[in-house]
Design a protein around this ligand. Structure first.
Ligand code: UN1
Length: 518
């Protein structure tokens, strides 16, 4: 039987080869759909399709391009519940969060619809008479993008909504964990009126299809790459793009710190830390990694934190009141289990029991649903973690956090900056000076004061530094610099050659005016 492999020029391509199945992580007996891995030839065809569609799309007036985004927003809104339910079924985040994932895409559309009527350039005074200077944003060209499965609607919208609005044409390799959700995203965009060839999809796994797609940068078929995923893969993509003199948009991992100051509102900090640590089963790039607590409040904080943790409901993500559901797929569960085996050392003090590494109905008091066929993982809190420990600087992407302590704010900031990552960060304090010092000295791209490390709003710059990315930012007006290139234009109306810097009539002052006093 043939299965969907790619969508090129709005045409669905099916194949019998290289099949992979998308399973529901809350019940792996539920096969959501089967897809086929796109080969390098299929990826090439998709890029050629995008290349062919580029000139006409780039010439389409930006407000007209924005009208497709407007239609897309309306379609997502009308299909919000169905799309969120598909997200929950296919990747396992609780329905409340899945609705938020979809809402983030709607918010992104609304932000960029009116950007179609701005996309401002500048008019700039010239140093010459009868000469005008202007800047224009021009689209980059063919945009190839690889996304992760943890935000299967929001994060693709962060890329494609502005990329399309700016006049680029696209090839998308969505996560192999959420192909059906990605297919739904494509169908909504097609129904919104996206012209043939402007938005193409190649389904497949990262190591095969993803790698083949990025290799096409070397063939001159791609002008811009976007990638959300691991630091290791981001580095390889950066190398390929670098040798082609391109700067990719890289949104990589995090080991995000949350600092609890002695004067923190402890209850608020407990709530924020619980959500940062275990929301989405710790599978956000903004999830909490290192919880850094002031010595004087450590005991109070941890007893409230562990009491709060014991109350959270884990289980069937279709229920409204579930805190977190299953891991995204078997691969993520296996990685989590191997982190527990390899990174937890004898000197760590585990505040949670380890006997039920996979949640069974009877090993988590507040489990709801049937865990027998689900990929559920137990929360783990490791205290006594040291800066020199591997677990301190390793992104674990699961329900596992480290606890460290500090005495002086300088040490808390030093620890926060010492992992090599720099995505999100947070401090809970009422002390304005501490909050000021933290936000000025932290190396992360995003900082919360009295809020969780997760939950960035869709119109602020999103992205990281160090191992978290190459400084690129998504969302809001800042992402326009990813998808457009500045063109500087000068128009000389003088009818003669005017030499800048040399024939500029700068006014020279008289030598001296004021007499010497001594
Ligand atoms: C991600 O995990 O890749 O800030 C994105 C947040 C979400 C997006 C996370 N709005 O946690």
């Amino acid at each position: 039987m043939s299965h969907l492999q790619a969508i090129i020029g709005n045409r669905e391509i099916y194949s019998k080869d290289g099949l992979f199945v998308s399973l529901s992580p809350s019940d792996t007996r539920d096969a959501v759909n089967t897809f086929s891995n796109s080969t390098k030839d299929i990826c090439r065809e998709a890029c050629e399709s995008a290349k062919k569609a580029f000139p006409a799309w780039a010439k389409t007036p930006a407000p007209v391009r924005a009208s497709v985004i407007q239609n897309f927003a309306g379609l997502i809104e009308r299909n919000k519940l169905a799309l969120a339910q598909l997200v929950t079924r296919e990747m396992g985040k609780p329905i409340r969060e899945a609705l938020g994932d979809v809402q983030e895409a709607i918010d992104t559309c609304y932000f960029f619809i009116s950007e179609g009527r701005r996309l401002y350039g500048q008019t700039i005074p010239s140093e010459m008479p009868q000469k005008e200077l202007f800047t224009y944003r021009r689209p980059a060209g063919v945009f190839a993008c690889i996304t992760a499965g943890n935000f299967p609607v929001a994060v693709p919208s962060w890329y494609f909504v502005p990329a399309l609005l700016c006049g680029n044409t696209c090839v998308w390799k969505p996560s192999e964990d959420t192909p059906e959700t990605s297919f739904a995203f494509q169908r909504l965009l097609k129904a919104a009126g996206i012209p043939s060839g402007v938005f193409n999809v190649v389904f497949g796994e990262g190591q095969t299809t993803g790698a083949s797609l990025v290799e096409l940068v070397d063939e001159g078929l791609i002008d811009k790459v976007g990638f959300t995923g691991s630091t290791e893969v981001g580095r390889r993509i950066g190398e390929i793009c670098g040798r082609n003199l391109q700067t990719p948009c890289l949104e990589l991992g995090g080991k995000n710190p949350l600092v609890v100051a002695p004067d923190a509102d402890i209850d608020a900090a407990v709530h924020g830390a619980l959500w940062a640590a275990f929301g989405t089963a710790g599978q956000r790039c903004t999830s909490l990694g290192n919880l850094i607590i002031h010595e004087s409040v450590k005991e109070t904080f941890l007893s409230k934190f562990m009491a709060g943790l014991s109350q959270i409901k884990i289980g069937d993500p279709r229920s409204e009141d579930i805190f977190y559901g299953p891991m995204i797929s078997r691969k993520f569960l296996d990685a989590h289990l191997s982190n527990l085996t390899n990174l937890i050392k004898p000197h760590h003090r585990l505040l949670t029991t380890q006997n039920g590494r996979i949640v069974q109905n009877d090993s988590w008091a507040n489990f709801s649903g049937d865990s027998s066929n689900g990929l559920y993982a137990f929360p783990t809190v490791a205290d006594n973690v040291q800066k020199s420990d591997e677990i301190f600087r390793t992104e674990t992407f699961g329900p596992l956090i480290n606890v460290l302590s500090f005495n002086h704010i300088d040490d808390a900031i030093e620890l926060s900056n010492a992992t090599g990552y720099g995505l999100s960060s947070s401090i809970y304090t009422k002390n304005m000076n501490w909050a000021y010092q933290f936000r000025t000295e932290i190396k992360a791209g995003m900082t919360s004061i009295n809020n969780s490390t997760t939950g960035a709003e869709a119109h602020l710059p999103f992205g990281g530094n160090g191992k978290s990315g190459n400084g690129s930012r998504q969302s809001g007006i800042w992402v326009l610099d990813q998808f457009t290139r500045w063109q500087a234009v000068n128009v000389d109306l003088s009818g003669k050659l005017q030499l800048a810097q040399m024939e500029t009539g700068y006014i020279t002052p008289s030598e001296t005016i004021l007499p010497n006093q001594f």
